[in-house]
Design a protein around this ligand. Structure first.
Ligand code: CP
Length: 341
């Protein structure tokens, strides 16, 4: 495994090995404590983070390695990612130098860089993150890009396994919720992709105008159907939540307004009632789990009752970021067999 930009970069055998390693690392927190001795993990955060930043540093430390963090524009030179531009603005360093330079100081490079939210096709194609990966002289890990959040997808997969949510035959709802800003597709695409690849029956529940881009749905449909699952979309919340084992909540932009946030804000102005609350779960299975990648705006996107109630597994999801990232680091360095049973 040399680079992870998306879950699709892990074939079925690699995915099973990474999840197996993550389970072993979860059972025994001291497992693999020397495996990164003398190794350095470089972390470049072009966008904000709590979980990813802390869990990547903790993962490296717990495996015996060291990490450095560069936050361009916040104590480090601001990075330019566009090609062919005249750099007479804020950015003093281009990634064409910055990424190869940083790659010389480490054994694995992880980068977070969110969507530009201007050109839908460019963001869905993840062009910036692909370029960054190509520039890296060492194994590369996407820490959330315009189109994908593979570390979150793996943590979500492990969380469903931990709670014995059925894979084949299980019902997964990906529900839109109100948010005061139009957000990109990285997390919903990754959650959808993971549930589909698990062979689940996936229902995307969203108001009219917030259908996911067809390319995301088509890829998920193909992955699900080849494993006995399915993917459908609906704006009928009650029908969509029927029999759900899991409700995964996220907000995303209206594709038709992409690049025009004012239009999206006008579109969503009447959708503040899409704040997930306990009564929404009435048609779901009694033990249905609530999932969210965090951070989450309480009582805007999700009610206190849901977040503080027994169905919420958001803290375990965040814990699993640590275990899967340790497994990914070992896999990128060819060392995960050392922790497999
Ligand atoms: N879920 C997630 O990636 O959290 P952060 O944005 O805090 O890293």
């Amino acid at each position: 495994l040399k680079r992870v930009l998306d879950l699709v970069d892990l074939d079925d055998a690699t995915l099973a090995r990474v999840l197996g390693a993550a389970r072993a690392l979860d059972r025994d927190r001291r497992l693999g404590a020397e495996l990164l001795r003398g190794r350095t993990v470089g972390l470049v955060f072009m966008d904000s983070s709590v979980r990813t930043l802390a869990s990547m540093q903790a993962a490296t430390t717990q495996l015996g390695g060291h990490s450095f963090v560069i936050s361009p524009g916040a104590g480090s030179w601001k990075f330019e990612t566009r090609t062919g531009v005249v750099m007479d603005g804020e950015a003093a360093e281009h990634v064409r130098e910055g990424i190869p330079v940083l790659g010389q100081y480490c054994d694995v490079l992880g980068v977070r860089r969110f969507a530009d939210k201007i050109d839908l096709a460019a963001d869905l194609d993840d062009r910036v993150m692909k370029t960054l990966a190509e520039l890296s002289p060492v194994p590369f890990l996407n820490l959330e890009s315009a189109a994908s959040h593979p570390c979150q997808a793996l943590a979500d997969w492990k969380t469903m396994d931990d709670y014995e949510v059925p894979a084949r035959g299980g019902r997964f709802v990906l529900s839109w919720a109100y948010h005061p800003k139009p957000l990109p597709y990285a997390v919903p695409a990754s959650a959808l992709g993971a549930a589909a690849r698990r062979g689940m029956h996936v229902t995307v529940v969203r108001p009219a105008g917030y259908g996911l881009p067809e390319s995301l749905l088509a890829a998920a449909r193909a992955a699900a159907e080849s494993r006995g699952g399915s993917v459908v979309e609906t704006d009928d919340r009650r029908a969509g939540f029927e029999g759900a084992d899991v409700v995964y909540v996220k907000s995303w932009a209206a594709a038709a307004d992409y690049g025009r946030p004012a239009d999206d804000l006008a579109r969503r102005a009447s959708l503040r009632s899409w704040c997930v609350d306990e009564p929404w779960f009435a048609p779901a299975k009694p033990g249905a789990k609530f999932m969210h990648c965090l951070p989450v705006r309480r009582n805007v996107k999700v009610s206190d009752a849901v977040l503080d109630g027994p169905r919420s597994v958001v803290v375990k999801q965040a814990q699993n970021r640590l275990h899967v990232q340790k497994a990914l680091l070992l896999s990128l360095l060819g060392a995960e067999s050392a922790v497999l049973p």
